[in-house]
Design a protein around this ligand. Structure first.
Ligand code: DHB
Length: 414
């Protein structure tokens, strides 16, 4: 019988994405040991293309904990966005409206900075682990069994944190009778590209067009990121570079403005859905980030939610290790979920306001039986967008939500 090596730590973190890596970083700064286990290899973690917007509080937190150098050098502060509909582009000036901004800095870069900090501290994540299994989550010492190379390990900890995303092992370790899940599927996905071309806009453009949603984002002065609403079952092979640029031209076009084209070096289609698992705790297991909730990408909240969870759970753990105060851990799930549902609302609102639903009929009434129903939802959307952009309070509401809710802190400031 092969033997298992035993490793002990205070907090076992399953998943080496931004949530798990940030939590481990924050714990280290508070003098708390943790071990991060990651299924994939380092290369994958660094190369995985994800969103690129940091809320003001997310950027502030990263800066406060020593992760702000490259963010401030290479990231770009954005003081607003454009909303476009009926062929007209409207500016929403966040900073003027609510005195806040966001930072364009991609998730890959955040992950890179975190990995570098872990390497420098001599606590690199354990990559390419397999066969993870969680035990003793309620009674005794929680353990994570796993293999790495040809060796089998048993990681014994005070707590286990599930930071392993929507398809990880942690959430399924919570018995069905101890959780309730909520989902919403969308009848479309996003075709996303990265291209070697200077952005054709100074700030992000979110556009509702008769043919569907389109968006212009960016990664740097020479890399643009663009998205198109498509059928989630669309075959990407049928989207040549030229067809993509032509469609972006149609949906993003306004008189006198040109969309510059460049070499597309990444192309993918992502389906969209919302998901929440309640509670975010089971015994000594805590869930953070995508393992507990997924938001549709419109408004770029996923990464920010994950960082907020990690920060808040850190506070609870630090209080527990500091003086045995359990309240932060006891409140973690309920308070996080209150915040999660607010952000689910924002992401759902942005998604419903900016995508065509009626063609596929899932949310609208366009079932073909009554032709009057066709386009009804679209005109309601235009009414909504007009009201929003014609009202300073409407725009301020969007600005407040987009730039982000304050991160939760324990103990809270009041
Ligand atoms: C990006 C993605 C989003 O979902 C969004 O709302 C804004 C920007 C991006 O990838 O840059």
């Amino acid at each position: 019988v092969a033997s298992r090596s035993t490793i002990s730590t205070q907090v076992a973190i399953v998943g080496g994405g931004p949530a798990g890596l940030l939590l481990s970083h924050l714990l280290r700064r508070s003098g708390i040991d943790s071990v991060v286990l990651e299924l994939r290899d380092r290369e994958y973690a660094i190369k995985r293309v994800r969103a690129g917007v940091l809320e003001e509080d997310a950027a502030r937190l990263l800066t406060e904990v020593g992760l702000g150098d490259r963010l401030h050098k290479e990231g770009q502060r954005h003081d607003g966005i454009y909303l476009q509909y009926a062929g007209v582009r409207h500016h929403i000036p966040f900073r003027e409206l609510v005195g806040r901004s966001v930072w364009l800095y991609s998730q890959q870069e955040v992950v890179k900075d975190l990995i570098e900090a872990h390497d420098a501290a001599g606590t690199p994540p354990r990559y390419s682990v397999s066969d993870m299994q969680l035990d003793n989550l309620v009674d005794g010492s929680p353990t994570v069994r796993f293999s790495q190379g040809r060796e089998d390990f048993e990681l014994i900890a005070d707590f286990v944190v599930g930071a392993d995303g929507a398809h990880g092992v942690c959430r399924p370790s919570i018995p069905e009778t101890n959780k309730k899940t909520y989902t919403r599927e969308y009848p479309f996905g996003w075709l996303g590209i990265l291209a070697h071309v200077k952005p054709s806009t100074d700030e992000l453009i979110y556009a509702l067009h008769e043919r569907g949603f389109a968006m212009h984002s960016m990664r740097s002065n020479s890399v643009s990121r663009l998205y198109l609403q498509v059928d989630p079952h669309e075959n990407i092979a049928e989207w040549s570079d030229e067809r993509i640029w032509d469609e972006l031209d149609i949906r993003l076009g306004t008189p006198g403005w040109t969309l510059e084209r460049g070499e597309i070096f990444d192309k993918s289609i992502t389906p969209m859905h919302s998901f929440v698992s309640d509670p975010m705790r089971y015994g000594k297991l805590f869930l953070i980030g995508d393992s507990a909730h997924i938001v549709p990408p419109t408004g770029a909240k996923g990464l920010n939610l994950a960082l907020a969870d990690a920060s808040y759970l850190h506070d609870g753990l630090a209080a527990w290790y500091g003086n045995g105060d359990e309240r932060g851990l006891d409140e973690y799930s309920e308070k996080s979920l209150e915040r999660v549902w607010k952000i689910q609302h924002f992401s759902t609102w942005m998604t419903r306001m900016l995508h065509r639903f009626d063609e596929s009929g899932s949310f609208g009434q366009a079932d073909g039986a009554n032709p009057d129903n066709v386009d009804f939802d679209h005109h309601v959307q235009l009414g909504q967008l007009r009201q929003l952009c014609e009202s300073e309070r409407g725009m301020a509401h969007l600005a407040e939500r987009y730039t982000g809710l304050p991160f939760l802190r324990y103990p809270s400031a009041e």
